[in-house]
Design a protein around this ligand. Structure first.
Ligand code: A3P
Length: 257
């Protein structure tokens, strides 16, 4: 594995898988780069840290600031310096999205109920969602910005404002409109091969759940969770986050934060 030399101006887009990482990478990439996209795959300009290190990719040759995707736990990343945007999403939608991702990309053949049990006990890649989110959100420093997927969906304009302020970046209103248009779900879905592992486009007429840029919805877990799964998820959430429940959003879980 090649050594990694952190830089003070590195920007990490950190998250648990399926939380909206790619979306935020595309937004931040455009803040620092004019169109058109000059890459065959997003990972060439915004590397996936764990994968890039395993492949011995040249991370020193990237232009500054580097925009680095990672799913690593908070203690590994915060010590590297730079700025971190931690993208978080309602864990129930993460679970559903991760299930379809594992089916498509890892050949997962077991049922949704089996996946539910594995996710709840952290027996999936990157371990417990609950612990991942708890560690990143417990005591964020000034160099960490917590960004909710649901806020991006509901109010992309104010999220972009907040991202720009956090990064200290200055972008004209016209440029902001372009960034938002280019990173809209339908725009990214059309260019799926630029973002998906392996660089494949899922054909437009195929089963949509096989896509990497898949549905982009809030609350689709309601179509998949049984009553007992809803209760189990709530119990484990309370165990990890107390009554704060701040990482969930809907009628029952609205912290307004
Ligand atoms: P779904 O599977 O629920 O559709 P990540 O990039 O961390 O792997 O997250 C993937 C999830 O973000 C997928 O969720 C994907 O569809 C969603 N996503 C990606 N780009 C998006 C966009 N521009 N708008 C809304 N959701 C997006």
């Amino acid at each position: 594995m090649s050594p990694f030399t952190p830089r003070v101006d590195d920007i990490y887009i950190a998250s648990y898988p399926r939380s909206g990482t790619t979306w935020v990478q595309v937004i931040v990439y455009q803040i620092y780069n004019d169109p058109p996209y000059l890459f065959d795959h997003l990972s060439q300009v915004s590397p996936f840290l764990e994968v890039a290190l395993r492949q011995n990719d040249d991370l020193d040759g990237l232009t500054r600031p580097r925009i680095i995707k990672t799913h690593l736990p908070q203690p590994y990343i915060s010590r590297l310096g730079g700025k971190q945007i931690y993208v978080m999403r309602d864990g129930r939608d993460v679970l559903v999205s991760y299930y379809f991702f594992c089916k498509t990309y890892y050949g997962y053949r077991q049922s949704f109920n089996d996946f539910f049990e594995q996710f709840m006990s952290g027996r999936v890649q990157y371990g417990s969602w609950f612990q991942h989110v708890a560690a990143w959100t417990a005591d964020p420093s000034d160099s960490t910005f917590l960004l909710r997927y649901e806020d991006l969906v509901v109010d992309i304009n104010s999220c972009l404002d907040r991202i720009l302020r956090f990064l200290g970046a200055d972008v004209s209103r016209k440029e902001q409109a372009r960034i938002i248009a280019n990173s809209a779900f339908t725009a990214m879905r059309k260019e799926e091969h630029l973002f998906a592992p392996g660089g494949k486009n899922v054909p437009a007429n195929s089963e949509v759940d096989g896509a990497f840029i898949r549905q982009g919805r809030i609350g689709s877990w309601k179509e998949h969770f049984s009553a007992s799964q809803i209760q189990a998820f709530e119990e484990v959430t309370i165990k990890h986050f107390g009554n704060q429940k701040c990482h969930m959003v809907d009628d029952h879980f609205n912290c307004g934060g």
